[in-house]
Design a protein around this ligand. Structure first.
Ligand code: SF4
Ligand code: SF4
Ligand code: SF4
Length: 352
């Protein structure tokens, strides 16, 4: 590693060759605000909120400017604050931002920065964008273009993480707009509902269908777990509301999935709270299923397996295991079949 020594806000810090000023600052717990930057996508340099003063002279976007030895960086002064305030003011004025009705209220990065820099709401007669809101065409995603700040994170999340390129920009200047598959409705586009764009969106322009009406951001409790669907073992941050109901799944950046999920991990959690879910064993008696205790059910399975083994031999029994179980459970299943039943007839759904 080629180390870089530089000074940020009077503090001596160390970075790595190839890093930007912003990356060095973040690694050293120095707070520079940003909106278009995201650690999981390539550099953009669009929002210009991350502007810093380099070598006591020029202002540069810290998310794109390479860090170099001996640099002196100031992340905050009167001019920088005024610049950030005016950019945030323009973003607010261009869109239609009523946080009371927004799915991102309480976790929106634009809202947080407007609060931090004390940006006033634009005057009532300012022109605001009035575009169609698409909250129904996709089963998983909601879209409100009037809250979009054209940061481009969704474009890159879809193109670089999911490799799908659903999103893109059309138009120029004040007519610039985000479009899915060149003007298709989201539900009719090639979107595979991985949710990466929603997870990266800094505002309420994109949100999940599962969140609305089920609790606001600050009420949700986070628990990290492992996806139950396949052997990749993606780590997921599940969010539950005050009633204990699951409302949202976000990819955990520290897992093997590096924050990404597929449609199953992202949305396939409703069964957990389904009223139709089996919670007690059922035994078929006289052609109909009846509820039974676990002892009764396990005794029945053990006696039937013993009967079949003694009458027809161990190879008349097979076990089929599941990717939804843990490695340890799958290990126990094959051990049980080989050591207790005495057969190698063991298989797993991954070979389907
Ligand atoms: S996107 Fe952010 S600033 Fe805009 S309405 Fe939603 S919470 Fe408020
Ligand atoms: S959900 Fe995934 S596939 Fe669909 S637009 Fe977003 S990033 Fe692209
Ligand atoms: S939808 Fe969100 S992520 Fe995409 S450009 Fe707009 S604000 Fe940025």
């Amino acid at each position: 590693m080629d180390a870089i020594q530089m000074t940020i806000d009077g503090k001596q810090v160390t970075g790595k060759k190839g890093q930007t000023i912003l990356e060095v600052a973040l690694d050293n717990n120095i707070d520079i605000p940003y909106l278009c930057y995201h650690p999981r996508i390539s550099k953009t340099g669009a929002c210009r909120i991350c502007m810093v003063r380099v070598n006591e002279a020029a202002l540069k976007t810290s998310c794109t400017e390479p860090a170099s030895n001996g640099m002196i960086i100031d992340t905050d002064d009167d001019e920088i604050r005024e610049l950030r305030r005016s950019i945030l003011g323009m973003l607010l004025a261009e869109g239609d931002h009523n946080c009371l009705y927004c799915e991102s209220n309480g976790e929106c990065e634009l809202q947080r920065l407007c609060n931090r820099y004390e940006v006033p709401m634009p005057a009532g007669d300012m022109p605001t964008r009035q575009r169609a809101v698409d909250t129904v065409s996709s089963k998983g995603l909601r879209r409100n273009e009037n809250r979009c700040i054209l940061c481009g994170r969704c474009v890159k999340a879809c193109g670089e993480i999911q490799m799908n390129s659903v999103w893109n920009f059309t138009g120029r200047g004040s007519s610039t707009a985000l479009t899915s598959d060149m003007f298709a409705q989201l539900g009719d586009s090639s979107c595979v509902m991985c949710g990466a764009c929603v997870q990266c969106c800094p505002t309420g322009a994109l949100s999940f269908q599962t969140v609305l009406g089920r609790g606001q951001a600050w009420e949700l409790k986070k628990e990290t777990s492992v996806c139950i669907y396949c052997g990749v073992g993606c780590q997921i941050d599940f969010y539950t509301n005050k009633e204990g109901k699951l409302v949202k799944a976000l990819g955990n950046a520290d897992g093997p999935n590096e924050g990404h999920l597929c449609v199953k991990g992202r949305f396939g959690f409703d069964f957990v709270q389904s009223g139709k879910r089996l919670t007690k064993p059922l035994i078929k008696k006289n052609g109909a299923f009846e509820e039974a205790s676990w002892d009764e059910a396990l005794d029945l399975v053990a006696s039937r397996l013993s009967d079949i083994k003694s009458k027809s031999g161990p190879d008349s029994i097979m076990a089929f295991s599941s990717a939804k179980c843990t490695n340890e459970e799958n290990y126990l299943m094959q051990k049980f079949m080989r050591a207790v039943i005495g057969t190698n007839n063991v298989d797993h759904c991954a070979r389907l």
